[in-house]
Design a protein around this ligand. Sequence first.
Ligand SMILES: C[S@@+](CC[C@H](N)C(=O)[O-])C[C@H]1O[C@@H](n2cnc3c(N)ncnc32)[C@H](O)[C@@H]1O
Length: 257
Amino acid sequence: MPTYSLSLSRKPTQDKKILETFEQNKHKLKDHTKDLKPDAELQTLFADEGQGNAGDFRSQECLELLRQSDIVVTNPPFSLFREYVATLIESQKKFLIISNTNAIPYKEIAKLITLNKLWLGGVLSFAEFKVPSDYEERATRFRIDENGQKWRSFGNICWMTNLEHKRRNELLDTIYTYEKYKDKYPKYDNYNAINVDKVAEIPMDYEGVMGVPITFLGKHNPKQFEVVGILKPQDRVVNGKRIYARILIRKAKTQKE
Ligand SMILES: C[S@@+](CC[C@H](N)C(=O)[O-])C[C@H]1O[C@@H](n2cnc3c(N)ncnc32)[C@H](O)[C@@H]1O
């Protein structure tokens, strides 16, 4: 049986030092962790009467399994993503799911982000996964590591979660201020906000609404900035020129003087 696994790390291999430190300190977690054991036999899932929907996340049985769970970790069907996320939110469970970055601007997802009910994990865009040895070699997004293991990668994948994580508590800092570099930040033609082309160029002193690249969400600390919404496609125009998707943010109230 080939083994498949997914690594959402920015690095092709795990840092040896981090793994060693983790092994050395694992005993400190002992009281908080327990080994997961596989079920003695796989559970059979039954369809709702006359529905033929066994295993469907919307079936009564799967909803009951969801009710019994503590944390949901999965790679859901992207074609039903909105409905899947709505079911998770309604369940009020903690979750960690894989998403396509294209789903971030969906109205329903953007709304959950502004409400602080869903956010992105620390890693945005790059995801690499092992593939079996008989997997056909590809010209792009493919590599074989020093142990002969084949890997493929995506450039448009992210985690979506409602679990806290470290990066979400770190402060973003840039060398830019609106005061000094005003000309760099024109307003949108039909929307009252300034446009920022790079996350590293977000002015630290601007009090109004700013449109920033979607990658900002990988660095979002809600104590520093609040997400106001997504700039509508028709408003993504600066001096007559169309620009890429933008998240609308402003300084969080606690950060304002
Ligand atoms: C992105 S794939 C992830 C597969 C698997 N979780 C993994 O990581 O290898 C999404 C999976 O959802 C399954 N799926 C599609 N519609 C579904 C539904 N309504 N309920 C539950 N699963 C569904 C697909 O068959 C597919 O296996």
